[in-house]
Design a protein around this ligand. Structure first.
Ligand SMILES: [Zn+2]
Length: 391
């Protein structure tokens, strides 16, 4: 056991992040090169390298400088040891994962709990889960270079607070980045879950070669994360992509936002499950929960595939307008409903082809997420890696 190290100063943290960023780009550099590339003094580089060596984030080898007869040292980023902590908050779960900068998850822990209604307990659980994930990975919290979290609610980027309409009713007015910063004693990057999903698919999933991507998280709510021209687009106040509240013609169902006919009032996972229960267990009494098989297993059940396809066509009707506006190269469908796979994707495709302009419809690929329900977690890993290497 070693004694806990004193908290490093802000300047020291900045120096450390600068060195990690330059090493992330070049891999191996001498101390002199580090000093030249960063503009930092040799002594600042020296003490930061000592810190990074102590944390196991870099290794240093001594080599004979060619033809000069003196020793030079090469500092190498140990990518497997540059660690980040990612947190994925869903409506009914929290997952903490420790990963390296290549996105390999080294330790992970999940708890199932009511995230929407108990923010304080959820924040405490996040800390416990982070410690469990670190224990699995075999590293202390001090080894973590950056932390990022995705939350399933509308986050105002001007004030950092959760805004209505949000399924996170008890989180409205809260500043999750500040709360998590207090929990972990360091800055935490926070984004909404759809944004994190777009990041995850771009960095590690099915959108790796794509610069214009719409990620749709289709679960209890329906939201879109927009990656435009290679960058996440959040809008003026961070609330872009709320496609769940786009109104459909000929639909009168009340939505939790107070309007009628919103997309998520007719095509959320809750509605789709209700209809599936109706067709798969027609004798079930209303109000009695029905055990449904996982959506991924229902593609070959004709009545179920029809229900899922209809939800796809409804979502596709809204996405057709988005495709007309944004001309994306890919739409990636994630969230619980996204697990339905082909019947859902085919339904969306049908509506996009029917309602979007032909030239933009043919330019867009529509795919199910390759990361399953982990797009948001991988997005938080990507956001933390970016924070660790560019801060
Ligand atoms: Zn609504």
């Amino acid at each position: 056991m070693t004694a806990p190290a004193p908290a490093p100063s802000a300047r020291r943290l900045r120096t450390r992040a600068t060195l990690l960023a330059v090493l992330g780009e070049h891999g191996t550099l001498s101390r002199a090169e580090l000093s030249r590339l960063t503009g930092l003094s040799r002594s600042a580089v020296g003490s930061a390298v000592t810190d990074l060596l102590g944390e196991g984030l870099v290794s240093e080898t001594s080599t004979e400088a060619a033809g000069r007869g003196r020793r030079a040292t090469a500092v190498t980023l140990r990518r497997a040891h540059a660690l980040v902590l990612a947190l994925d908050f869903g409506h009914t779960h929290v997952t903490a994962a420790v990963a390296d900068t290549a996105g390999t998850v080294l330790g992970e822990a999940t708890a199932h709990l009511d995230v929407d209604n108990h923010p304080r307990e959820v924040l405490a659980a996040a800390e416990t889960l982070a410690r469990q994930a670190l224990a699995v990975a075999g590293h202390p919290l001090d080894a973590i270079g950056a932390i990022a979290a995705g939350i399933p609610g509308a986050l105002d980027t001007r004030t950092n607070v959760v805004r209505a309409p949000s399924t996170l009713s008890q989180w409205i007015g809260m500043d999750p980045a500040a709360e998590l910063g207090r929990v972990f004693g360091r800055p935490v990057t926070v984004g909404n879950d759809a944004e994190m999903g777009a990041r995850g698919e771009r960095a590690y999933g099915t959108g790796r070669t794509v610069n214009d991507l719409v990620y749709v998280k289709a679960s209890t709510g329906i939201g879109a994360g927009l990656l435009l021209d290679g960058r996440i687009y959040r809008g003026a106040s961070g609330i872009s992509g709320e496609i769940g509240h786009i109104q459909l013609p000929d639909t009168g169902t009340w939505c939790r936002c107070g309007n009628r006919g919103c997309l998520e009032s007719v095509a959320s996972i809750v509605e789709v499950r209700r209809r599936l229960a109706h067709v798969l267990a027609p004798g079930a009494r209303p109000g009695v929960p029905v055990d449904l098989p996982p959506l991924a297993e229902l593609a070959d059940v004709p009545a179920a595939a029809r229900v899922i396809g209809e939800a796809g066509r409804t979502i596709g009707r809204v996405l057709a307008d988005l495709v007309n506006c944004l001309n994306p190269a890919a739409i990636v469908i994630g969230g619980e409903l996204g697990q339905a796979g082909a019947p859902l994707v085919n339904g969306i495709r049908e509506s996009v082809d029917r309602h979007a302009q032909p030239a933009v419809a043919e330019a867009v690929e529509i795919r199910a997420s390759r990361l399953g329900l982990r797009s948001e977690l991988y997005g938080a890993i990507d956001a933390a890696v970016a924070a660790a290497t560019t801060a």
